[in-house]
Design a binder for this molecule. Structure first.
Ligand code: SF4
Length: 301
């Protein structure tokens, strides 16, 4: 009981309002923090750096970054936990963007072709950044709207954005669907925002392909003339679902594939080895099986 009272008394003393901060830093409970003298002097490598807030350069998600700079050099990059988009997270690509900055093989000049010129010239990155900034500024000044026709505050410009061509298509009647787990500026501009669950993009894509094929919503002339969709893959081809994770043609010693079964089905017209040009052929069984549809074997005599 006496021991308990003693320990409790020390704990109360340690955790009194005046001592609590110091206690937390120097103790683990009542036990002194077991740091070596060397560890006590260690500092995080970013302790004397300047932090610059930035945005990951890789994709349109726009995750926030904290870039630590010392003596004019980037020391480290980490996720910005103040970012409402990413909350401090970076994917592996964003997390490795530090390597982009320090890579010795990184190009530091940009190919520039002046208006009406037929020649490309190398320009320093700084010059290009200034030029882009100036053009963005001029465009914004020329097109910025504070309110719309109903006098509602909008504070935007439709003249700048990575959605430029998508927006041009939208103005000509296209429907923009934005598929993304998180709501962004792209979602704001889209006609339909489809907030899928993370990791379900391939299933979603398969559903879209199925719908397009079932309803014949593809651009038939283009698909027939410029893609391999009209060609049917040979009947003896087997996919990984059929053969327990290997394709047909795997040699018995598993050293290589014999790829003959992967080829297109060929016509039997004389000695011709050309794929048929039978006009009724619409879509390959490869695409159709991807969408769960039967193939068009009648395309080939
Ligand atoms: S961290 Fe990853 S998800 Fe985020 S913007 Fe960069 S590349 Fe895109």
């Amino acid at each position: 009981m006496a021991v308990f009272a003693s320990v409790f008394g020390k704990l109360a003393q340690r955790l009194s309002p005046g001592n609590i901060g110091e206690t937390i830093q120097s103790h683990v409970g009542l036990v002194p923090n077991p740091l070596s003298e060397r560890s006590k002097k260690l500092e995080p490598r970013i302790h004397d750096t300047r932090m610059v807030k930035s945005v990951c350069p890789y994709c349109a998600v726009g995750c926030g970054q904290r870039v630590y700079v010392k003596d004019g050099k980037v020391i480290d990059i980490e996720g910005d936990y103040d970012s409402p988009i990413s909350g401090g997270c970076l994917c592996p690509k964003g997390g490795a963007s530090f390597q982009l900055d320090i890579n010795e093989r990184r190009w530091t000049t940009v190919k520039y072709r002046a208006p009406y010129s037929t020649e490309w010239e190398d320009r320093p990155l700084d010059w290009v950044m200034d030029r882009v900034a100036q053009l963005v500024y001029e465009t914004r000044e020329a097109t910025f709207r504070e309110t719309n026709e109903e006098d509602k505050l909008i504070n935007n410009t439709l003249a700048i954005g990575s959605l430029r061509w998508a927006m041009a298509a939208k103005e000509r009647g296209a429907t923009i669907i934005h598929v993304d787990p998180h709501f962004s500026r792209t979602s704001q501009m889209a006609d339909i925002y489809a907030p899928i669950r993370v990791g379900t993009d391939i299933a979603f894509l398969g559903g879209i392909i199925n719908y397009v094929l079932q309803n014949e919503l593809y651009f038939k002339e283009y698909v027939q003339a410029y893609t391999n969709a009209p060609f049917i893959v040979r009947d003896d081809f087997r996919d990984t679902e059929d053969l327990e994770d290997v394709f047909s043609g795997l040699k018995p010693d598993h050293s290589a594939y014999d790829t003959r079964s992967w080829q297109y089905k060929l016509t039997k017209k004389g000695e011709s080895r050309e794929p048929t040009e039978e006009p009724s052929c619409r879509i390959s069984n490869t695409l159709q099986s991807a969408a769960g549809l039967p193939g068009h074997a009648q395309c080939f005599a």
